[in-house]
Design a protein around this ligand. Structure first.
Ligand code: G3H
Ligand code: 13P
Ligand code: ZN
Length: 330
């Protein structure tokens, strides 16, 4: 058993309490490799933002859990070396079993998500409560989920949203003891969050997605005042980056995300954790494609992963300053 406290990590409890009071959200950025981790830490140190480093079960398989743990420990030391000890949470994203959550807790994670949203309501409660009981023994915080997001999550594809029912949240939170709750109000995973036929077009012919269901969010806030809310699927799919990908041989068709103004609005509410993964993937891919297309003789990975890392860092700085509002909150 390795305690996250010995690795210099923190759980999310205090960060969320401050974020709700201060009307901002903590960035939850996924990482699978060294360049992503470096970009996240560089951006957070430069902006003085707290951060949640997220690891999906896919990332855990890809990168090896032992290496990931040392990377998270390395991230804490790296931040200090860069000159600012930003609070770092190591969080399991979309944990689907008790065993996976337990294993992550034993490996030094400071926070876990148990995503029981594909189960029945009562099974979700049972599974989530079991994880909470174990996690709290080690002061590890737990995120649960109610409602289903459309889109792709690991190997699970949901065709449409099942919005969170506000009438269930009080009961779910009190029966499970979770520390935060992921809700479904119209965000979704991946780079194609809406079909073109679900969108309208503005005067310039640009696709405009349906707005998030702020009415549901407000209703939830009324029922569990001050309780930390999480938004998954919150990439905005920057069209300039998609254009670079397509210009240099990519084929991202009808890619559309959540408008940043809507996320900014959400961040000022009880939403205190916003998950962003796809935008980072898009930024890295745009840079890699551009370098490989414009410098075809290049074969040193540092020559394309370096620019990809810089582009990713710029994206994270933008998110922190202009969308989440977490700059200078570390
Ligand atoms: O919500 C899912 C995250 O974007 C992680 O994606 O399962 O492909 O690592 P992944
Ligand atoms: P995006 O696919 O919108 O980046 O969502 C990421 C996410 O929710 C990770 O859990
Ligand atoms: Zn997610």
């Amino acid at each position: 058993m390795i305690s996250y406290k010995d690795l210099g990590l923190v759980n999310s409890r205090e960060l969320f309490a401050k974020a709700i009071k201060g009307e901002y959200a903590i960035p939850a950025f996924n990482f699978n490799n060294m360049e992503q981790m470096q970009a996240i830490i560089q951006a957070c140190v430069e902006t003085r933002s707290p951060v949640i480093l997220q690891v999906s079960s896919g990332a855990r398989k890809y990168a090896n859990q032992t290496l990931l743990r040392y990377m998270a420990q390395g991230a804490v030391e790296y931040a200090k070396e860069l000159g600012f000890n930003v609070p770092v949470v190591l969080h399991l994203d979309h944990g689907d079993t008790f065993e996976l959550c337990k294993s992550c807790i034993e490996y030094g994670f400071s926070s876990v998500m148990i995503d029981g949203s594909s189960h029945s309501y009562s099974e979700n409660i049972e599974l989530t409560a079991k994880v909470v009981e174990y996690a709290h023994k080690y002061d590890v915080t737990v995120e649960g989920e109610l409602g289903v997001l459309a889109g792709v999550e690991d190997d699970v594809v949901a065709e449409s949203h099942t919005y969170t029912q506000p009438s269930e949240v009080e009961d779910f939170v009190s029966k499970t003891g979770v520390d935060s709750l992921a809700i479904s109000i119209g965000t979704s995973h991946g780079a194609n969050k809406f079909k073109p036929e679900q969108c309208t077009r503005d005067a310039n012919g640009i696709l405009v997605p349906p707005p998030l269901r702020f009415d549901i969010l407000e209703e939830i806030e009324k029922r569990i005042p001050g309780f930390p809310i999480v938004l998954h699927g919150s990439s905005s799919v920057p069209q300039d980056q998609v254009a670079v990908i397509n210009k240099y041989g990519g084929a991202m068709k009808d890619a559309i995300g959540i408008p940043e103004e809507q996320l900014r609005r959400a961040a000022t509410s009880a939403v205190c954790k916003i998950n962003i993964d796809s935008d980072g993937r898009i930024a890295m891919t745009a840079s890699v494609r551009e370098v490989l297309a414009t410098k075809p003789a290049e074969f040193d990975p540092r020559k394309y992963l370096g620019p990809a890392r810089d582009n990713l860092k710029a994206l994270y700085i933008h998110k922190i300053k202009n969308v989440l509002g977490s700059a200078n909150k570390a």
